[in-house]
Design a protein around this ligand. Structure first.
Ligand SMILES: *Cc1c(COP(=O)(O)O)cnc(C)c1O
Length: 465
């Protein structure tokens, strides 16, 4: 195409101002703002100019594009104003899926955020005294009640996440001194949280003892010296050591810490507040277990087994917690009113023993039979010439670095469609609205309804259809 021919095509394009003066575009601008609308017009026109420059449009096509400019601008505007953070359907069966936002929040938590965040609140104001108060009080009273069976007078503070909790505790209790940790517990948790790195950022000195697979209480005892400030136990979270292994019992660590007058801290990671053996998850010791045995400070996440918002909780001996509260790092790591509101609501559900109000716990408690029943209903409605659906047995996992090998028996929908490959199908589902995230195993698309809210079953059906 010659330069003159291209110039003729360019001259068919309206100017930005001409497009903005169109009635429909004016209405869009009134709704969505002039600046965003003008941006969308410029994007659409510049795309057309690029296509003309590349010689991919003839005269007729340019005319068609110009006549469809209102739709193109509206489409572009909607796309640019759409939220980036969007809800997805989690059909993976991984309950605490870090990439999908870990624990979904309970309805009462959303309600409490709504009623306290959209207005002023008594976040740091004593309504009885009329004086400045502390934001911790809103969750501390509930945690005291929940943790009381394990130990009286437990203090708790809340920071941004458990990584921050560990950093704050190490800095408050051991800056400039040594912290003893077993080599078998120097873990890395997803998202580059590594115990040795956090230790060095905290200003404490890591004193490794034992070996990867075996550490004895005598190994700890041997390295205690005048610079030792803390004994640390770290939950291995996402990995296990099996075979020829040895790790001192928590009780032994407690008795050593008492004998040598050194605090003992445990980074629990997940930190369950209920006994998970009832749902078939064994060997996961919870916050109460550790406090009962005599651990001085435990750190745990708000959005793992607790089932609440992202937060890091530090519970334990009040004199140690007081040192953390007065550390200026605490001010830098503190959480906002929305987190307090949702944590308070979730903890209140625990106090009321209303565990089904907490979505992550409810999902853990679902039986294979209940999941299979929902799957069978979906399958019956979906089966057609295009879709083949099979119901098979499988496992859900808890995720979130908790109970690494714990699985919950589940029932899966195995889907295939018109001979499309599983990867192809999984990509199409990921790009649907709403996006559906599935598992692909052995060339099959698998849906685990354990992590799908029952109200989303019909949504899945309509997307698949
Ligand atoms: C998950 C985990 C962390 C990090 O917690 P976040 O809340 O994700 O910051 C730290 N330690 C252990 C043992 C964990 O399992």
């Amino acid at each position: 195409m010659s330069t003159t021919e291209k110039s003729a095509l360019y001259s068919k394009l309206p100017s930005t101002d001409e497009v903005l003066r169109l009635t429909e575009i004016g209405l869009l601008a009134a709704q969505e703002g002039h600046a965003a609308t003008a941006d969308a017009v410029r994007v659409v026109l510049s795309r057309l100019r690029d296509e003309i420059a590349a010689g991919t449009l003839d005269e007729h096509e340019v005319e068609l594009a110009v006549s469809g400019i209102r739709e193109a601008v509206e489409h572009q505007l909607r796309k640019s104003l759409r939220y980036s953070l969007r809800p997805v359907i989690n059909a993976t069966g991984v309950i605490l899926h870090t990439n999908l936002g870990r624990a979904p929040l309970a309805a009462n938590a959303i309600e409490h955020i709504h009623e306290t965040a959209a207005t002023y609140s008594n976040l740091e104001f004593g309504l009885e005294s009329g004086e400045r108060g502390k934001r911790d009080v809103h969750v501390e009273r509930l945690l005291q009640k929940l943790l009381e069976p394990a130990r009286s007078a437990v203090a708790t503070i809340v920071v941004n996440n458990n990584a921050a909790a560990v950093l704050l505790a190490l800095n408050s209790l051991a800056e400039g001194g040594e912290v003893i940790v077993s080599r078998g517990e120097l873990v890395e948790i997803g998202g580059s949280f590594r115990i040795p790195d956090v230790m060095s950022k905290s200003g404490a000195i890591l004193r490794e003892v034992g070996t990867t697979n075996r550490t004895r209480i005598a190994d700890y005892e041997r390295v205690i010296n005048e610079k030792t400030r803390l004994l640390l136990r770290v939950h291995r979270s996402n990995f296990e050591i099996t075979g020829f292994t040895e790790q001192p019992a928590l009780e032994e660590l407690v008795s050593l810490s008492r004998r040598r007058n050194l605090p003992l801290m445990e980074d629990l990671g997940s930190g369950a507040l209920v006994d998970l053996t009832s749902v078939g998850i064994g060997g996961e010791s919870g916050v109460l277990d550790s406090l009962r045995v005599g651990v001085d400070v435990v750190t745990y996440s708000g959005d793992k087994l607790l089932g609440g918002p992202q937060a890091g909780l530090l519970s334990g001996r009040s004199d140690l917690i007081a040192r953390m509260r007065s550390n200026s790092l605490f001010r830098a790591l503190r959480v906002d009113k929305m987190i307090y509101a949702s944590l308070e609501a979730v903890l209140l559900a625990y106090v009321k023993q209303d565990h089904d109000a907490i979505p992550a716990l409810r999902m853990m408690r679902l039986t294979k039979h209940e999941i299979r029943k929902r799957g069978a209903e979906l399958a019956a409605q979906l089966r057609s010439a295009r879709w083949s659906v099979e119901i098979i047995d499988g496992d859900s996992v808890v995720g979130g670095g908790s109970a690494p090998s714990a699985v919950l028996p589940t029932s899966l929908l195995a889907l295939s469609c018109d001979g499309r490959s599983a990867d192809d199908l999984s990509e199409a589902l990921r790009n649907s609205s709403p996006p559906i995230i599935v598992r692909v195993e052995q060339g099959r698309v698998l849906l685990d309804l354990r992590t799908v809210f029952p109200a989303q079953d019909q949504l899945i059906l309509s997307v698949l259809r």
